[in-house]
Design a binder for this molecule. Sequence first.
Ligand SMILES: [Zn+2]
Ligand SMILES: [Zn+2]
Length: 453
Amino acid sequence: MTAQTKLAFWGGLDTIGGNIISIQYEDYRIITDFGALAGVNIMDLLSKETTSSLLEENKLPKIEGLYNKEALKDFPLEAYEASDIKTIVCLSHLHLDHLGAFGQLPTDLPVYALEDTVNFYLQLDKTNLLPHYQVNWQKVTAEEIIEFGPFKIQFHNSDHDTIGAASIFVEAPDLKIIYSGDFRLTGFQPENVLDWARKAKQFEADLFLVEGTTFSHSASEPNPVDVALAEITHSINAPNEMKLMHSIETIAQANPQRLLAFNGYPQNIERLLVLAELMTTLGRTLVMDQTYFELMKPYLTGYLSVKYLDLHHNSEDYSEHAVSLEMLQNSPQHYMVQFDYERHEHIFTLPAGIYFHSNGMPLGSYMPEYEPYVRRFVEAGWDFYHANVSGHASQADLLLVNYLVQAKLVVPWHTFKPAEYGEAIEAIGLKTWLPAYGKEYSSEDIIAFRQAD
Ligand SMILES: [Zn+2]
Ligand SMILES: [Zn+2]
């Protein structure tokens, strides 16, 4: 019997996130990604003290030869130290549903990710915006071919609401696989996605593992909280990042005397950078939460007017990068203040202005703290604007990318409705397959699936 590539799926088949697949050929194995499985608390995944109980509770994938002997205790799996299998992890991007189980990996196990991803992770770790994971990072350049035993691996730049997102191409001797990662066509670099999709077609993938987040929710009755809040708030929710920036610009220009405030998602630093550029052009300084300022430092260029809010001082000019609350109170028209939900109390000491809620916490009406949060701003006299842009491709854009890639077989995953998404992919003339957990699939199996009716 000749060697074959073997695939196994460990998470993410009918849920959003926790996508884990292992791709093995003889003694070489690639795992991509290694996030928290759906419903598992990130904090529970930090320590190897809990590995064996997490495995017992099905909160970690039962992969042989992956966990340290000491961590497994008596759990019946082959230990990393005893295994002949050489394993690497490839990481598509820095969301916890893709890297949240890294605390369970052996510290010397190589983790491959784009250089931008690793550098940004180190910043997020330093500022405590992501947990500290001790792993053996291997920085990869986009398009570089990485040889790992019989495998050739290539990372391609993509676009998502965190920097360094990649789609990953894997070539085994008998099978070509593409893992899309999470992506969208409505960010700051849609050309990256179109570019990898075009290269994917030339690659002639046997198997395309493609995210489908936006296929998860069918139209339903609007939530009564949202209906009530819509009466007292405004919306500039946008189909793409640039449209959002234009809307913010228009509102800022119409309100030159008022303070502007912004609560966004820290990992989407491209949005923060473009916002800083916009405010600089409008003659305002973007005053950031100090943690975010530290996170952004390596990405800030000299001409941007960006400072941080120092909550503990009140005198003017004590640091060239700091702005005090008093300065904001005295000349609100010169600033936009960016803040984090954790430290938002001080906002209510400032003159009420215009507030942009832009994929920041609390995220939406499904969170109990959301409604009181929104009402408090409105009652304090702020004009509250919903200013969100999705990190995920629309249904139409997902289908467009599937069509461009033209893979021989497609696995729709990272969605609550893989069957519905699969039907839509079949409707544009492609073949889909819904794998199951707990099975090992060979390259022969996969070729048979694509020929089956
Ligand atoms: Zn995801
Ligand atoms: Zn993501």
